[in-house]
Design a protein around this ligand. Structure first.
Ligand SMILES: O=C(O)CCC(=O)C(=O)O
Length: 267
């Protein structure tokens, strides 16, 4: 399971990288499985029904590091929203516009997690997935961010084979242009939680100072004032995730919550 510092880091960054955690023999098998075509999975199918025991995807999800991280974020018994293979063709000549998947999603008290699995090494010229850290809580509508070409602090995923990245559904991302001679494949699965996402991880370190440090992190592309709204968004999410309605950073949320209820003395 993840610890509180890791979950706080996910809440601040919007993603979690697990580099090279899938064994090489599974990575090789994955290329064959993906080439053969993925089974169709209707929206809302529970994991055991979508991916029967022994299937490639089930074994991927059962890897301890993957299973622990997923359960820490979406809880037990998630359902499959959809899954898909994303291919960036060699020398394709253009990049995918920066986007978040699906519609504006303003849920304050739940989030979906998307798993991105890279069975091959991804080098810089293969057009790694661009991710904008800390963008996931700034609600946008799908590809309306497509006109932004580069943002300060963006990351472009280069990684060893067998890397899994878990992302919050709102993260701004896009496949970069593949300038290599190699086809780049990424397998993505979206999970919908079926339980309240409250204290699902190992909370032994909940009060560690590093939790606040993670939640208070600024990213270089943020505007000076609007950055505070991102901290506020994280405080709200952290309150939900921990079940602690009083958690705060710099009193940003407490100020806004203040509705004085004390009666004036008439004496
Ligand atoms: O190809 C990639 O690296 C990212 C593609 C993706 O996530 C998408 O199309 O939503």
């Amino acid at each position: 399971m993840l610890n509180s510092v890791q979950v706080a880091r996910f809440v601040a960054h919007g993603f979690l990288r697990l580099d090279g955690i899938v064994p090489q023999e599974m990575n090789e098998e994955a290329l064959e499985v993906l080439a053969a075509g993925l089974p169709s999975v209707p929206y809302g199918t529970p994991v055991p029904k979508a991916f029967p025991e022994g299937s490639f995807t089930r074994r991927l999800l059962d890897l301890p590091a993957v299973a622990g991280a997923l359960e820490s974020l979406v809880g037990p018994g998630p359902e499959i929203d959809h899954h898909a293979l994303h291919v960036r063709e060699p020398r394709e000549g253009s990049a995918q516009p920066l986007h978040a998947d699906a519609l504006i999603d303003v849920r304050p008290d739940a989030f979906d997690v998307q798993l991105m699995y890279y069975p091959q090494e991804v080098t810089a010229d293969m057009g790694g997935t661009l991710i904008v850290p800390g963008s996931h809580l700034r609600r946008i509508n799908e590809s309306d961010t497509g006109r932004y070409q580069n943002l300060l602090g963006q990351t472009r995923l280069t990684c060893p084979a067998g890397t899994v990245v878990l992302v919050h559904h709102g993260i701004w991302h896009g496949g970069r242009r593949n300038d290599s001679d190699i086809v780049r494949r990424m397998y993505k699965i979206r999970f919908n939680p079926t339980v309240p996402q409250v204290r699902l991880w190992d909370t032994a370190d909940l009060d560690a100072p590093a939790v606040r440090e993670e939640l208070g992190r600024y990213f270089p592309w943020y505007e000076q004032a609007t950055a505070r709204l991102e901290i506020l968004n994280r405080v709200r999410l952290w309150r939900t995730l921990t079940g602690d309605p009083h958690f705060d950073i710099e009193h940003w949320a407490t100020r806004i919550d203040n509705r004085p209820a004390a009666q004036r003395s008439t004496a």
